[in-house]
Design a protein around this ligand. Structure first.
Ligand code: PAF
Length: 285
């Protein structure tokens, strides 16, 4: 793995790959890598010739009081995992390298970003889209792979690529789960043992809704109510930020599940914010 810390060197390294006729697969991450990230690397590797990965904890996608300062970091372990996955180019810029003094241009989306996580984390998706746009300009990947776990992020990146004519194909890889169902996330590292055991309630709530849907319950309000009921049982308590059934294309709430629908939830468990989601009615989507 070649580790690159400057925008100029990364741009040159990627250009050299393209000149040599190699297609670039790219996975942007914030590091503290887990099996979920590695599944994205493998997907990108299959889709392209050169595997480029970025590790950058992007300050502008964290709101005031969020976990930017305590976001988990383990550069040595991440580097070892990248070696193990035969990552070709590992881009690890500093915040100063990515955001020069006086940086004032941002990518804002005015529709899909307004609900779900966007409603609870103002400015978050503006930060995500801005950094992803910048990384796409540096790497100019043929394919970029993102995880379904961050479903709203995926939809927004797809929209940005379409609306701003980026020449990259976006691939979405399924959520990777722990054996008990908890979606893998770098933030799971924040959970105490008792919180970790309780955290499985997100997946259980989604599984409950999927079973009800398969059994003929297509009323979104009923599914959401049953999920909330499930989340309310057990301890320590979880504080529900949202549980919603939204249309996959528009991310607007639906009343009946008749088309591809995203069932998404966010909760706070102690000081940790957890999200998860499932798709319903996928065959009709
Ligand atoms: O999903 C993430 O880890 C981040 O939001 C991303 C896409 C790397 C942008 O900072």
């Amino acid at each position: 793995v070649r580790i690159v810390e400057s925008v100029g060197e990364m741009r040159a390294a990627c250009a050299a790959e393209r000149r040599a006729g190699r297609r670039i697969g790219f996975v942007p991450t914030m590091g503290y890598l887990h099996e979920g990230h590695l599944s994205l690397f493998r997907r990108a590797r299959e889709a392209a010739d050169t595997l480029a990965v970025s590790i950058f904890v992007n300050p502008i996608q964290f709101g005031p009081g969020e976990d930017y300062e305590r976001y988990p970091v383990d550069a040595a372990r991440d580097e070892g995992l990248c070696r193990g996955e035969k990552v070709d180019l590992l881009f690890r810029p500093s915040a100063r390298e990515m955001y020069a003094a006086g940086h004032s241009v941002y990518v804002d989306e005015g529709d899909l970003a307004s609900g779900l996580c966007g409603a609870h984390r103002p400015g978050h998706f503006r930060g995500v889209l801005t950094v992803v746009a910048k990384l796409f300009h540096v790497v100019e990947p043929d394919v970029a792979v993102f995880g379904q776990k961050d479903a709203q992020q995926v939809r927004l990146i797809e929209k940005m690529v379409r609306d701003l004519d980026f020449a990259v194909r976006i691939e979405v890889a399924p959520t990777v789960r722990e054996p008990d169902g908890l979606a893998m996330s770098s933030r799971n590292a924040y959970l105490s043992d008792v919180e970790r055991r309780r955290a499985v309630c997100l997946w259980q709530a989604l599984e409950l809704a999927k079973r009800l849907y398969a059994g003929g319950t297509h009323d979104a309000a009923v599914l959401v109510a049953r999920m909330r009921e499930h989340l309310a049982q057990g301890s320590p308590p979880v504080r529900v930020e949202y549980v919603e059934a939204v249309d996959w294309e528009t991310l607007k709430p639906v009343t009946r599940i008749e088309r591809k629908t995203l069932l998404a939830l966010a909760v706070r468990l102690g000081a940790t914010r957890l999200i998860d989601n499932a798709l319903l009615c996928v065959a009709d989507g």
